[in-house]
Design a protein around this ligand. Sequence first.
Ligand SMILES: [Mg+2]
Length: 237
Amino acid sequence: MIHSLVLFDIDATLITTSRTGIKAMGVAGRALFGEGFDENRVEYAGRLDPLIIADLLAAHGLPVTAEHTHRFRDLYRHHLQSLLQAHPGSAKPCPGVPELLDRLAREPSVTLGLLTGNFPETGDIKLRASGVDPGRFAIHVWGSDSPHSPPARDHLPPVGMTRYRERTGRELPARRVTVIGDTPHDIRCAKVHGCRSIGVATGHFSREELARSGADLAVDTLADTEAVARWLTDHAA
Ligand SMILES: [Mg+2]
C-alpha cells in the first residue's frame, strides 16, 4: 500500500464563514483599541493569523507586543464564536467537501490533515460551525505552529510531515504529501518542499491563477469527488 497525506487549508477551501472571521477581527480590534480600528487595512487570503494580527496592529500604529497579540487573539476567539452563533448558516462547507472527506475516509492509505493559517481554537470553532468535525483530521498544522520567527506558511508542510511520522512511525516522501488550498500561498508552501498541490478556486483566485502559481491540479470546486479522489490516490507519476 502506498501511503499518503492530504493537508487541507480551512478558509475558502474546506469551508466559508462569509467573512465572519474578518468581521470578528474588526469587532475585537474596536473593543480593544477604539472605534477607528479598521480590519480592512490588511491582506487575509492564505496568510497566517499571527502575521495578520501583527499587520493589523502595525497598520494602526500600535506596537506589536506579546500583550497586545495575546489580548487580540483572545477577544477575536470570543467574537468569532458569538458572531457565528448569532448568524447560523454563515458558516458552511465549500461545494463537494463533505462528500470528498467521506470518500477519502474510505481509503486506508490516505491520512487526512489540516494545514491552515488559523489558530487552533479559532480553526476549530470555524470547522464546527460549518458542520465539519475537526476530529476527521489526524494531523493538525495551525498558523501558530511555525518553528521559525517570523512565521511563514512555507514552514508548515515539514511540521505536518514530522507529525505524520510521529503518529504513524512512517517516513513519507514529499511527493506523497498533497496540500489543497485556495491561494498561491498554499501552492507555494507545497512546492518549496516538493509536495504536490491542488488549487481550488472557491476563494479569491481563479483556476487559471492557481494553475499559473504552480498547482499540480487546479479545479473550480472540489465537487467532482471521484476525479479528485482518483488524482489524490494515483501515485504512478
Ligand atoms: Mg484559504
